[in-house]
Write a protein that binds this ligand. Structure first.
Ligand SMILES: Nc1nc2c(ncn2[C@@H]2O[C@H](COP(=O)(O)OP(=O)(O)OP(=O)(O)O)[C@@H](O)[C@H]2O)c(=O)[nH]1
Ligand SMILES: [Mg+2]
Ligand SMILES: [Zn+2]
Length: 307
């Protein structure tokens, strides 16, 4: 039975790329629906061919997913490229951190890409870059004129299933088109997008890259909520906190309310960047409130202090 990967799903049809044999238009077997399982773009599947000439078939089996993203709805992504622009639009670092936290929570490698460096006249990219390098992320700087950063990006994409994520207008689709050397995705100026009131990029699709690997371009978002992450867990999704947590005086330290905190000390010493930490505390408070609301709803009382 041929195996392949779902590169696109539209209205109940799944397009399955089979190595050296092109793309099959497939239906999913009813058995998946009964199991409450919906095939996702990115799923590795086994298909039975019903029409070899017209390239049609049925999805018979879905291989267990290594990851599952909701926005975009894609399975088996193993790398998130979080794209920000040095300028136009101004970087939304809270959004960037939420993307990174989400990737960490799902065990997906994350890379930061600072695009539009050609617009960076006052060296802003340096202060953008530093906190994330300190945090242990690979940071790649690009612009549509640059070649060095662009080759680093292509190298980073090789062999992975990656997604581009980030604000609208940072240049994700422009980067993808340049990688593919053709217009795969529509691009547009920020003002055009606002005028039309919609994004240029729509449904999730795996684009097979010339050097191997797949890339999913996603429509930019202006807001993005962390879901399914408990406030206690947030600290573990900041890689740069790890070595300082053990220096906290109190067990179960939240690194927000306590004194003698290893994380706070590292912030004061400049080892952890203050902005990253400030956004952590902001996210922590939001998640804590949500968790407390959930507890109240489920009728459980008496959460411990700092819990
Ligand atoms: N100056 C400059 N402009 C760029 C660069 N890359 C892209 N642009 C422009 O930025 C605008 C937005 O680019 P897109 O590629 O559509 O941005 P996007 O991130 O795909 O946006 P969404 O699909 O809405 O999320 C376009 O007008 C591009 O020409 C760059 O490196 N430098
Ligand atoms: Mg786009
Ligand atoms: Zn602490």
């Amino acid at each position: 039975m041929p195996s392949g990967i779902i590169i696109r799903g539209i209205a109940g049809f799944y397009y399955v790329a089979v190595k050296d044999d092109g793309v099959y238009e497939c239906r999913a077997r009813g058995i998946f629906r009964k199991k409450g399982l919906t095939p996702l773009t990115g799923d590795r599947v086994m298909i039975s061919v019903t029409d070899p000439v017209g390239k049609k078939g049925n999805i018979e089996e879905i291989t267990e997913r290594s990851s599952e993203l909701v926005r975009p709805a894609v399975a088996n992504v193993d790398q998130v490229i979080a794209v920000i622009a040095a300028r136009s639009p101004d970087p939304d670092l809270m959004l960037l951190d939420k993307i990174l936290v989400t990737a960490e929570a799902k065990g997906i490698k994350a890379v930061v890409c600072i695009n539009k460096t050609d617009l960076d006249e006052d060296g802003r990219r340096e202060s953008l870059r530093e906190p994330y390098i300190k945090a242990g992320y690979d940071v790649i700087e690009t612009s549509h004129h640059d070649t060095e950063g662009f080759s680093r990006l292509k190298e980073a994409l090789k062999g992975h299933i990656s997604v581009f994520a980030g604000q609208s207008g940072v240049g994700k689709s422009t980067l993808l088109n340049r990688i593919m050397d053709t217009v795969v995705m529509k691009t547009g100026s920020v003002s055009e997008k606002i005028e039309r009131g919609r994004h240029t990029t729509r449904h999730a699709e795996l684009i097979e890259l010339p050097d191997g690997g797949y890339l999913v371009d996603t429509p930019g978002f202006s807001s993005f909520e962390l879901t399914g992450i408990e406030h206690d867990r947030l600290q573990f999704l900041y890689p740069e906190f790890a070595e300082h947590i053990q220096k906290c005086r109190f067990t179960g330290c939240s690194h927000v309310f306590e004194t003698d905190c290893g994380v706070k000390l590292a912030v004061d010493e400049g080892v952890i960047e203050r902005g990253r930490y400030a956004r952590f505390t902001e996210l922590y408070r939001v998640l804590k409130q949500e968790d407390e609301a959930k507890y109240r709803k489920s009728g459980r009382k008496g959460m411990k202090a700092n819990d």
